[in-house]
Design a protein around this ligand. Structure first.
Ligand code: ADP
Length: 448
């Protein structure tokens, strides 16, 4: 069997949906395929927001921002390893992308701040709704309105090309239909990253072996192989965003500041096992050696009051608390007697000013005020910065820096936008901007 269309979009995250809607609005016929039974990819899990500079929403709140400042923050966050041409696209389109989403029915009027930003530029729905779920819902509704052909349980397998190397379609495998090919002028890969694929992750960065992931099951990176088999160059594959303390219950990264402000790490046996302020990789390795490969951040009200962020975690419902350490231990199946002894011992170290047990360099406060709290944590992988190489028209390039005619990429499947490290709020911005761009460019190309 065979279908014929202008453009096939692979992946139903934010990049794939943005590409589909934008291509359709430029007059192209579109088939969107998704290998999982559900739409939305990781995009629908995103909790932060959408970074953009110089927006009406910022102006309405009196926030002064500029394209230069967003560029500077993004490059600094990426350790200056970002592709400057792609950062330029991300930043200069950011306001337009917020406006585009807003025109389609999104509410991005609240503006907050995430790590690495010099000013408030993270756009999100008012009232604290998850930005990813909202953006995906709006894009999905718009795709339905346009009657775009969406096929779940359908995996993109291989790019097909004609004798002169132009893309002519995609081999796919439907769960019920089996293999068939879709004839198309252009293919847009929007297949996301590979954070859920620990085999691949740990091959690229052995320190991350055994880490769990915040990602959805489809984030395995097979789209990167589809692109590579079609001749795409890959870049920055070794840059993988991981964190030693991911909340087991909440799937969110728990900032290092919780430890910095005085929390200790204990295992299920109620014992400390590491200098809590050691480097990320050492903290992660130590946690993985504990029972169940998890540990607990333990703190009291004085730590909680010292850091606003903690109330956010509490708000997520992932921070059990009790008025004694024994009760806290009961809630979480931690040895409460040992925990009580550990905290008492830790408090004497704080008083003496020297951690003779684990050489922790800072001892900001004793843990003896009010309620006690526990956050169960484990090391986790969150985002993969590397991927296929694209130019500033979202065209996928080969190792000779030549465009592969008819092949486009957008979102986490691409490398270069975020350099060595992605800033919070830049992923949603990336997928809307580059997804839309890929859709519009592919539509233009298909008309040639
Ligand atoms: P982005 O944030 O870049 O849009 P997401 O992770 O949100 O990326 O979405 C990517 C989607 O692509 C996921 O839903 C994933 O299941 C899907 N996907 C990955 N590989 C394939 C493939 N080979 N064929 C079809 N869909 C795929």
């Amino acid at each position: 069997p065979q279908d014929t269309v202008n453009i096939v979009v692979v992946g139903s995250g934010g990049a794939g949906f943005s590409a589909s809607v934008a291509a359709f609005d430029k007059g192209a016929s579109v088939i969107l395929i998704e290998k999982e039974p559900v739409i939305g990819g990781n995009a629908k899990l995103a909790a932060g927001g959408m970074n953009a500079a110089w927006t009406d929403q910022q102006k309405a709140k009196g926030i002064e921002d500029s394209l230069e400042l967003m560029t500077k923050d993004t490059m600094k966050g990426g350790r200056n390893l970002n592709d400057p041409a792609l950062v330029d696209v991300l930043v200069s389109h950011s306001k337009g992308s917020v406006d585009w989403m807003t025109a389609m029915g999104a509410d991005l009027s609240d503006v907050g701040r995430m790590g690495g930003a010099s000013v408030n530029r993270t756009h999100r729905p008012t009232g604290g709704a998850g930005v990813g779920a909202h953006v995906i819902q709006v894009l999905y509704d718009n795709a339905v309105k346009r009657d775009i052909d969406m096929r779940m349980n359908t995996r993109g397998i291989e790019i097909l090309k004609d004798d002169s190397g132009n893309v002519k379609g995609l081999l796919v495998k439907g769960m019920y239909k089996g293999y068939y090919w879709i004839k198309a002028d252009a293919v847009i890969l929007a297949t996301g990253g590979f954070a859920k694929n620990n085999e691949r992750v740990s091959k690229l960065d052995p320190k991350l072996k055994g880490f769990v992931s915040t990602n959805q099951p489809g984030a395995t990176g097979d789209g990167i192989d589809v692109a590579a088999n079609a001749g795409a160059a890959l870049q920055d594959m070794q840059y993988i965003q991981a964190h030693p303390t991911l909340s087991v219950k909440g799937g969110v990264m728990v900032t290092e500041a919780v430890r910095g402000n005085g929390a200790i790490l204990v295992n299920r046996e109620g014992k400390r096992f590491v200098n809590e302020i050691t480097t990320r990789d050492k903290a992660a390795a130590a946690i993985l050696e504990q029972t169940g490969k998890t540990a607990y951040l333990i703190f009291d009200d004085s730590v909680r009051k010292s850091l606003k962020k903690i109330d956010k975690y509490i708000g997520l419902g992932v921070v059990p608390s009790a008025d004694s350490l024994v009760k806290l231990g009961k809630l979480e199946n931690i040895d409460g007697k040992a925990l009580t002894e550990t905290v008492a011992r830790y408090n004497t170290l704080v008083t003496s000013g020297k951690d003779t047990d684990f050489e922790r360099p800072n001892l900001p406060r004793a843990l003896n005020e009010g309620n006690y709290y526990a956050i169960e944590v484990t090391p986790g992988v969150h985002h993969t910065m590397g991927g296929v190489k694209i130019d500033s028209k979202a065209e996928i390039m080969n190792a000779k820096q030549q465009v592969i005619p008819g092949l486009y990429g957008a979102g986490e499947v691409t490398g270069g936008v975020h350099g060595a490290n992605r800033l919070g709020g830049n992923a949603i911005s990336d997928i809307v901007t580059f997804g839309r761009l890929a859709g519009e460019e592919a539509a233009k190309y298909s008309k040639k």
